[in-house]
Design a protein around this ligand. Structure first.
Ligand code: PEP
Length: 245
């Protein structure tokens, strides 16, 4: 099981220090891979604080070139250089606010893989697409254009846009159907199985229900990963789940 904590543009140095104070007291399971994605300016700070723990750190984004005249961008090579293992790509907030296309996401993912970073590629339909029963077609198209053709390791995060930060989540049937669809499309392209995370309003109240969906390989958590109490409650539920299965 994978737990990805996307802090987005939140938490200052002192907040991170407080969060880590409690996180380090947690009983970590070797069946769970935990990766935290802080703002890029605090990556090194977090990596230092997490030294000698099993907690991994990743970037919230990167560019498709390794270096050069690209002011303000983040090189995947440098993420790797400072000790990151993962990078989130194509989050719906990047696609919406910064107009990142699926082609852009794919190029970034291919470059990230060359530097041995593992991309977590986000896909997700809008409320309108779901209401028009277009969600399966939309996701299929997004995957075809966003994932690298190379047979490397990466994750896909299914994050319905209408669920991010809203408190509404799909039913277990809807999650199962979409994860199944994503895995089948990825297999048809790559000829290998891919792991799919669910993201969108994951909380201590709904995590047990989400974990009942057999093809959920992990969760990508936004808002609830900012509060240590909620985050540890979610971690505890995932730990119980992996121990019982
Ligand atoms: C996200 O933005 O990736 C996310 C899942 O956010 P939230 O958990 O707050 O819905």
């Amino acid at each position: 099981m994978f737990i990805a904590a996307n802090w987005k543009m939140n938490l200052k140095k002192s907040d991170i220090k407080d969060f880590l104070y409690f996180l380090k007291k947690n009983d970590f399971s070797n069946k769970i891979k935990l990766c935290i994605f802080p703002q890029s300016i605090y990556l090194s700070y977090l990596i230092d604080l997490l030294e000698n723990t099993s907690v991994l750190v990743g970037g919230q984004n990167c560019y498709y070139e390794l270096s050069g005249p690209f002011t303000g961008e983040i090189s995947p090579e440098c993420l790797k250089d400072i000790g990151c293992n993962y990078v989130i790509l194509g989050h719906s907030e990047r696609r919406t606010h910064f107009k990142e296309s699926s082609t852009h996401v794919k190029m970034c993912a291919e470059t990230a893989l060359k530097t041995s970073l593992t991309p977590i590629i986000c896909v997700g339909e809008s409320y309108e697409d779901r209401m028009n029963n277009e969600e399966l077609n939309f996701i299929e198209n997004q995957i075809y254009h966003s994932i690298p053709n190379i047979e490397e390791n990466f994750y896909i995060a299914y994050e319905p846009i209408w669920s991010i930060g809203t408190g509404s989540i799909p039913t277990n049937n809807q999650i199962f159907k979409m994860h199944d669809h994503i895995k089948k499309i990825a297999f048809s392209i790559l000829k290998k199985d891919i792991k799919v995370l669910y993201g969108g309003s994951v909380s201590p109240n709904n995590i047990d229900e989400i974990l009942k969906v057999s093809n959920v390989d992990g969760v990508l958590i936004g808002g609830a990963s900012l509060k240590i109490k909620d985050f540890l409650a979610i971690y505890g539920s995932v730990a119980k789940h992996v121990n019982n299965n």
